[in-house]
Every structure is written in C-alpha cells, then in structure tokens.
Write a protein that binds this ligand. Structure first.
Ligand SMILES: Nc1nc2c(ncn2[C@@H]2O[C@H](COP(=O)(O)OP(=O)(O)O)[C@@H](O)[C@H]2O)c(=O)[nH]1
Ligand SMILES: [Mg+2]
Ligand SMILES: [Zn+2]
Length: 308
C-alpha cells in the first residue's frame, strides 16, 4: 500500500493511506530508498511511503520504502552537527514565521532559512506575526524588513495569528499547496495553524504564571489538511538554522538579488569579498542589494568555512 507521512515521532509514523485511513507505521529491516542522503531521519513528514499492514485491528503497519522525493528541506541535525535532519519532504513552499519582538527574529536567521530554501529549490515566504504588539521601534524594523525582502524578491505577509481578518492574503497563498511552517519557538506557528484549520486544536505555548517560563509544545513535525485543499506542516521551533552541504563558491547563487548581478563580476570565480571589479559589492554600494543581506552573506560565508 501507499500513503503519506503526516506525523513522525521518531520511531513511529502516522501514515495516511489513499482511502484516508491512518496507520501507525514503523520501519523494520532495510528500507528501500533511492537517494543516498545520510540523514538522522530516513523518513520525514510529507514523504510518500510504501507500507504493509501488520495488525489491522490496531492499524499498525511496516514501512518498506520511500517514493523518490520531489524535494525536501533540511537543516543540521540538532543532535549531530555532521548530519542532516530532513524537516519535511515534497513541499511546494516554505514559510518562515517571524516576530520582531517577543521573541525577536534576526535577519541572520531569516537569511539562513531563505538560503537553504533556495539551495533546495523551494520558494520561500516571510510571514511576520504579532504585528498587534509592535512598539514604535519595532514598526521601524518592520518597514526595514519590507524594504530588504522586497529588494531580495521575497513576499512578505504581516499578520496577527488570532485575528482572522488579517489572514485573507495568506490563506490565498496557501490554497492548494503543501506549505512548511518554520520559525523560532513562540512566534505563533501553532496559533496560525489552529486559526487556518477550523476544528483542530494544536497546543500553543502557555506561559506558566509563576515562573514566566514558556513550555515547548510542538515537539514533532505534523501535517494538517487545509479545508479548501492543500496542507500545512507545523514544525517544532528552531533556535538556529544550521546550513549543511554548502560550498562557499555557490553561496551567492542563493541570494536572488546577488544572482542577478553575478555575471557582471570581473572574475568568474569571484567570492564578492575582496576582489576588484565585483558587481555584487558595486550593487551594495548603489543600494540595489541591501547592505544587511550582504553582511549576512559574509557571516554565512564565514560559518561555512569553519564547518567544512
Ligand atoms: N499578541 C500576539 N500573540 C500571539 C500571536 N500569535 C501567537 N501569539 C501568542 O504567542 C505564544 C506562542 O504561540 P505558539 O503558536 O505556541 O507559537 P509556536 O511556538 O511558534 O507554535 C502564545 O501565547 C500565543 O497566544 C499574535 O499574533 N499576537
Ligand atoms: Mg508550536
Ligand atoms: Zn563579485
């Protein structure tokens, strides 16, 4: 039988068969998988898998293979920095949910996410949540983000997760697509998913009164069907978005606004750092490429050198 992985809890997978029934499946023995990507998780949410029922009375099954993926999104494994962790497979687009304050999201974090999405050919979108609690200086930051990411060629949506009237444009964007939701813990991913899918009730972060400490509630990625077609994949919060498998030479390809001027560099192996006749540095000087993006380019460039 064939089905789609809706949830993974480490060793068990919730697999939706073509008839809509859910099976509790696990891997036993050798998994048939085409790609040799060494990852900490062989099967990810969004994967289409082949499985055999084990005990129909309790709906358990054994996964025997993974159908080749259209794409997947990865990050460095939180447990092993030399390994990949597949966040989700077969997605149409990836949304980074960010808040400017409470918690703060940095452009460095956003750009690492966008670079990864570019490298894996997944269209990325920025959703800025919690705009109901912007202080004046946060509003300045929002305008600045709008400027940066418009120049870089990314769509940006501003929302208040709990106010349905702020979600119309985003809903339109999600319609009929499989969308990965990622971002720091506490930015409102689960609140958004709850709002977009009437009837579900994913736990959101409750701030406990006496200690003020928040609880992490989403521990595993999980896919949900949208009422009008399409799916959302809610993921646990990420602290850091570690890049994997990159060469310094290819990094500028993953900044769309750099990609479009690269051919103007004097040297075709230009790294856009100290070389003369660099079209990227010229575009930064001319403010066609936002300086912040270039600074983040340099910072990601340095982190690649250290790791590999
Ligand atoms: N003020 C405000 N609070 C929000 C908004 N969206 C979510 N929250 C709150 O932020 C906290 C974290 O939300 P949650 O959905 O669990 O975040 P997640 O960790 O990204 O899934 C909860 O207390 C939510 O009620 C919003 O748009 N505005
Ligand atoms: Mg959550
Ligand atoms: Zn250059």
């Amino acid at each position: 039988m064939q089905g789609k992985v809706y949830k993974s809890t480490g060793s068990w997978y919730s697999v939706r068969a073509e008839d809509g029934k859910f099976w509790n499946a696990r891997i036993k023995g050798k998994l048939k998988i085409d790609e040799e990507i060494s990852s900490t998780n062989p099967v990810a949410v969004g994967d289409v898998v082949l499985f055999e029922p084990e005990d129909e009375a309790v709906m358990t099954a054994i996964i025997s293979g993974v159908v080749p993926r259209n794409n997947y999104m990865v990050r460095v494994s939180p447990h092993n920095p030399t390994q990949k962790h597949i966040i989700a497979a077969n997605v149409d687009q990836a949304i980074l949910v960010a808040s400017i304050a409470d918690p703060r999201t940095s452009t460095g974090f956003i750009d690492r996410f966008f670079v990864t999405a570019e490298a894996y050919h997944i269209p990325a979108i920025l959703v800025v949540n919690k705009i109901d609690i912007l202080k004046p200086k946060n509003a300045v930051t929002l305008e600045w983000w709008q400027d940066i990411y418009e120049k870089a060629g990314y769509e940006l949506f501003t929302v208040v997760a709990k106010q349905p009237d702020t979600l119309a444009a985003l809903k339109e964007k999600l319609n009929g697509k499989t969308t990965l939701f990622s971002g720091h813990s506490g930015v409102g991913k689960s609140t958004l998913v709850n709002q977009l899918i009437p009837g579900i009730d994913i736990k959101t972060k409750v701030v406990s009164g006496w200690s003020g400490k928040g609880q992490h509630t989403t521990t595993f990625a999980e896919m949900f069907d949208l009422p009008d077609g399409g799916c959302i994949i809610d993921t646990p919060g990420v602290k850091e978005f570690g890049l994997i498998d990159f060469d310094q030479e290819e990094l500028s390809q993953y900044f769309p606004e750099m990609r479009s001027v690269l051919s103007g560099c004097k040297f075709n192996n230009c790294l856009h750092i100290n070389e003369p006749g660099c079209a990227v540095k010229q575009a930064v000087a001319d403010e066609k490429i936002p300086e912040e993006r270039y600074i983040n380019y340099l910072s990601i460039y340095d982190s690649i050198e250290k790791k590999w």
